[in-house]
Design a protein around this ligand. Sequence first.
Ligand code: OAD
Length: 262
Amino acid sequence: MAGAGISTPSGIPDFRSPGSGLYDNLQQYDLPYAEAIFEIDYFHHNPRPFFALAKELYPGNYQPNLTHYFVRLLQDKGQLLRMYTQNIDGLERLAGIPPERLVEAHGTFATATCTVCRRTYEGQDLRLDVMNGTVPKCPTCKGVVKPDIVFFGEELPHNFFKYIRDFPLADLLIIMGTSLEVEPFASLAGAVRSSVPRLLINRDSVGPFTWGTLRPTDVTQLGDVVSGVGALAQEIGWTQELEALMAQVNRRQKNKNNSSAS
Ligand code: OAD
């Protein structure tokens, strides 16, 4: 299970860290309150603040970091049952975690839907408008086209409910970079069998790790997530493979950038 804290090392602010988190830095959008930027009723009233933010977060501006590649390595080694992420930055996909192993519980910028006629679009179709600061409109009905991000007041994607089968099967749950403040995602932490170790790698203790509901098999690694995941990789002897994987993907990315520049 992951949240915005795994992407802060890539340069993307999280939501709730005091001072640096997004909810403390939305003054310029003149919102009635910070969370309104992700509320569906507010979006229908005024989509501009969300699209201003979307311009910042749109996939392509940021690169995955060691935490994303660690999950990719789990997958390469046949150890990943599923990654449940709340993040909408697309860095899991960029790190090569296959879409079928991913549950993007709060949606994705990869696809979009017209809020009026429900016509569907690829995220790429909106890119130009979003980058130009224009609210994307449906050519068919002129409705606002909204990236398939889950707003407060909207249902989670269908594949979120895979958790019903996945969590009882897990033999280890790693939770990284999330405040576990948003439901129903947060409750997934309680959905593994009671004997299953839960490892929290986060700057601060959160959710069931603080409420006095700790299980005897729970483990907390507090501090920076890259250091915590790096220490885990070291402990299990994966450091070299992890570095090689990152170098390989970076090389590919550079070649791709060079060939699209020429
Ligand atoms: P939050 O901002 O609520 O929590 C991020 C957590 O990561 C906090 O506990 C931070 O201390 C921790 N953190 C940040 N950077 C870190 C680092 N470098 N190393 C270790 N820990 C770090 O983000 P989420 O839990 O993802 O919803 O927020 C959940 C949802 O709330 C989001 O998906 C979003 C928001 O409203 C939607 O977009 C619908």
